[in-house]
Design a protein around this ligand. Structure first.
Ligand code: LMR
Length: 397
């Protein structure tokens, strides 16, 4: 009966975790999946989350269903975080926000909405992008194409090519953007480059879809939202997927949201109703626990401050690892310029290694990174960084 079903060989990022887990080498290092580990190599439970967990345990709430769109306080907190509570779009009710299963879930719900209501729209993703972006939109029957982005020669952005490309796109197409901490390259536009990109998007009447999975891990919680706020200030309608997997270390709780900024509050109400309908048909309603944790952290000023401090610590630790990796490699191979490691931001780094060098790191040194040379800097710590840097120098020689 199932002979015609094709075997799914697995996801290139998530399969690495399986391989890493069964590797018996005690020196093994996991730099594949985008997960933040602390300097002891542990997945942290943030203090702000521990505090809320204790409060929730005392309340002993029953396991009722959440509404289809999630907890109201959670959804409001997401809007406040994206725009600041005083922002006009928040105050006027022009945003339709629904809770989602991580940012992936928000992308999928958004993709479904786009396919249903903008069936002619093509979706443009950066070259390269997170591989699952393509799968998610294709899975919703959208046509996916690529726009120029990363320049391997300069380790920067092909900004002129990108702008020219956007200028010739048809109105109504979707442009998937990474507002901060570009996955997989770690290379973000500057604020003035964002201004140019978004101005063209506005002129060409394109629709930005901002995948915002790393707020706080680039510059800070506010600066990282620059592109989103700028787009809205320019009068654009925007789709935004956001997530608390990384910045609140809530990976398996699958806590994210989809927000659609609409021209009017009335349109936001209609869009919101359709997003709920999609959710009802997909999985009915989100799971409770993550919504409650984030609601309690973000809506309590003391816990919010505590969270901000913990996000800063994560960001600073990743930066310190970047600097140290750069220094070791630069000393070992002085003729090569490794400064890109310190210019990239967020969890990821395009290392510039060839697929053969990535494979050697895995087979000879048990160091796991994605085949496209993406490395998760947040898997480095003071105990493994010298081993990683020396091994990288070895394969680069
Ligand atoms: C990543 O890019 O590694 C993360 O976003 C995790 C994932 O699901 O791929």
């Amino acid at each position: 009966m199932f002979q015609n079903v094709k075997y799914y060989p697995g996801d290139p990022i998530l399969s690495l975790v399986d391989k890493y887990n069964v590797d018996p080498n005690p020196k093994k290092v996991n730099l594949g999946v985008g997960v933040y580990y602390d300097n002891e190599g542990h997945l942290p439970i943030l203090e702000c989350v521990k505090t809320v967990e204790k409060q929730l345990a005392k309340q002993n709430l029953p396991y009722s269903y959440l509404p289809m769109d999630g907890l109201a306080g959670y959804r409001q907190a997401c809007q406040n975080l994206l725009f600041g509570p005083e922002h006009e779009v928040v105050q006027c009710g022009r945003i339709a926000t629904v809770a989602s299963l991580g940012s992936s879930g928000a992308l999928r719900v958004g993709a479904e909405f786009i396919h249903q209501w903008f069936p002619q729209a093509e979706v443009y993703v950066s070259n390269p992008t997170w591989g699952n972006h393509i799968s998610i939109f294709e899975g919703a029957n959208c046509t996916v194409k690529k726009y120029p982005y990363y320049d391997p020669e300069t380790h920067g952005i092909k900004i002129d090519e990108l702008k020219e490309f956007l200028l010739q796109l048809k109105a109504g197409n979707i442009i998937l953007l990474h507002p901060c901490c570009h996955n997989p390259t770690g290379i973000d536009p500057t604020t003035s480059e964002w201004d140019d990109i978004l101005t063209i998007i506005k002129e060409r009447e394109l629709i930005p879809f901002m995948d915002f999975a790393y707020q706080g891990l680039g510059e800070d919680l506010t600066a990282d939202a620059y592109a989103i706020r700028k787009a809205v200030d320019l009068g654009l309608c925007v789709f935004i997927s956001n997530s608390f997997s990384k910045n609140m270390s809530l990976y398996g709780e699958r806590v994210g949201a989809l927000s659609v900024v609409c021209p009017t509050a009335d349109e936001a109400k209609i869009v919101h109703s359709q997003l709920k309908f999609i959710i009802r048909r997909f999985y009915s309603s989100p799971s409770r626990h993550g919504n409650y944790i984030v609601d309690n952290v973000l809506n309590n000023p003391d816990l919010f401050r505590q969270w901000e401090k913990e996000v800063t610590e994560m960001r600073d630790r990743i930066r310190a690892m970047r600097i140290r990796l750069h220094n070791v490699l630069q000393t070992r191979i002085p003729e090569r310029d490794f400064s890109y490691f310190t210019k990239q931001r967020g969890m990821f780094s395009f290392t510039g290694l060839s697929p053969q060098q990535v494979a050697r790191l895995q087979s000879e040194f048990s160091i796991y990174m994605v085949e496209n040379s993406r490395m998760c800097m947040a898997g480095l710590n003071t105990s493994n960084i010298d081993y990683v840097a020396q091994s990288m120098a070895e394969v680069l020689k």
